[in-house]
Write a protein that binds this ligand. Structure first.
Ligand code: BGC
Length: 401
């Protein structure tokens, strides 16, 4: 992998329609997602997860405040999700109140001039779905399609819909849990069960078909770009490694309206597989290598693989040092600028995350532009958010110096 020398005109201007935003997911911010599979796992006796989501950031009630924060920062887009377990807590019984809630959120975005980017499935499913066999169960794909059909009427006016978030991560984590696979090198996961990968692709295509005649709505899915980098001589191994864990999910999006790119760090591959990160390397709170250039690599890789417009639907860093968040984001955006200057079709950047939220089992990893007091839910905007706000208002992807 070669990153281009820093000889591009900087900062790189972007079009006025470029989305500058921040992202969240329902389970991570809403609180009390009691009908979901993850809630069941978090609250099971002897749960392997150290922390419960509990009230999370109480965004189910405080979403107006969250939208106002995004607006006040001068951003123009907000990515959030609709929670299937709230819309259909019992199979076949839809909650009209939950649908009305999410419609109010969509209208809340539109009223504030924010472009809503709506995710239909972000890791969590209703507990009943999992008990019934999940995606590979006898009626898994049909169940998801029915849910998408139920949600469709409230999506009027939503320009960007993500069907399933990080199907590759879902399938790899499931493979690890199911087969009790050993922990590989940090950041590397076992290949997904191919049956589950195929079911997710089929569910995505069925969801896209459901949404096809929604006027003005682009649909796609978001893929965890893992930035697999081959050491000399390990190109073939890397290709094999990347195909099952990432590229097959990109290929499945070839006919989509857009592809969501999500990038955080990299995995270096040698002839025997992933190479442990240098113990001296700088790491983030999650233990991942500090590698902001992952975003540039990810958008170039994606653009080279499928001819589909790119929306960066996630990128960010878990750190307690907000100066480090700024440094990471500045370098990531500078890399994005180099790719854009070279003609990669990028339509927007949605920072992960708006809030310090529930990081899948832990409250210790803080990705937010905005801190949230765990007792009072009071939001405090961090300096990095003000810096990002200035970048967004300038309509330019910054230099990294
Ligand atoms: C997920 C987010 C998660 C983030 C940081 C992505 O895999 O979509 O839900 O919080 O990465 O780990």
């Amino acid at each position: 992998m070669t990153l281009l020398p820093k000889d591009r005109p900087v900062p790189v201007p972007v079009s006025p329609s470029f989305l500058w935003g921040a992202a969240t997911s329902p389970h991570q911010v809403e609180g009390n997602n009691t009908a979901s599979d993850l809630w069941a796992l978090e609250n099971a006796p002897g749960s392997p997860l150290p922390d419960r989501s509990g009230d999370a950031c109480d965004s189910y009630h405080r979403w107006r405040e969250d939208l106002d924060l995004v607006c006040d920062l001068g951003l123009n887009a907000y990515r959030f999700g609709i929670e299937w377990a709230r819309v259909e807590p019992v199979p076949g019984h839809l909650s009209r109140a939950a649908l009305a809630h999410y419609r109010r959120m969509i209208e809340g975005c539109l009223e504030r001039g924010l472009t809503p980017v709506v995710t239909l499935h972000h890791f969590t499913s209703p507990a009943w779905f999992r008990h019934g066999g999940g995606w590979t169960g006898p009626d898994g794909i049909q169940r998801f399609t029915d849910y998408v059909r139920a949600v469709r009427p409230i999506l009027d006016g939503v320009p960007w819909v993500c069907t399933i978030n990080e199907p590759n991560m879902l399938a790899m984590v499931a493979a690890r849990l199911r087969h009790d696979a050993p922990d590989l090198v940090a950041g590397a996961l076992p290949p997904p069960d191919q049956g589950l990968a195929d079911a997710l692709v089929a569910a995505h295509h069925a969801a896209r078909a459901e949404l096809a005649d929604l006027d003005g709505t682009a649909s796609g899915w978001t893929v965890a770009n893992q930035t697999f980098q081959a050491l000399p001589g390990a190109e073939a191994v890397t290709e094999e490694w990347a195909w099952s864990r990432e590229n097959q999910f990109l290929d499945a999006a070839r006919a989509d309206d857009f592809i969501g790119v999500q990038a955080y760090t990299r995995v270096v591959i040698g002839p025997d597989g992933p190479v442990p990160t240098d113990p001296a390397a700088r790491r983030t709170q999650t233990g991942w290598e500090f590698y902001p250039e992952a975003l540039e690599y990810a958008v170039r890789h994606t653009a080279g693989r499928i001819p589909v417009p790119i929306l960066v639907t996630e990128n960010g860093i878990a750190t307690a040092d907000d100066g480090e968040r700024r440094e990471y984001t500045q370098r990531a955006l500078a890399g994005l600028g180099r790719a854009v200057a070279d003609g990669v079709d990028v339509r927007g950047y949605l920072h992960w995350s708006l809030l310090d939220n529930y990081e899948w089992g832990s409250w210790a990893h803080t990705f937010g532009l905005v801190a949230v007091d765990r007792q009072t839910f009071r939001r405090t905007v961090k300096p990095s958010a003000h810096w990002y706000s200035d970048v967004a208002r300038s309509s330019r992807l910054p230099d990294d110096r």
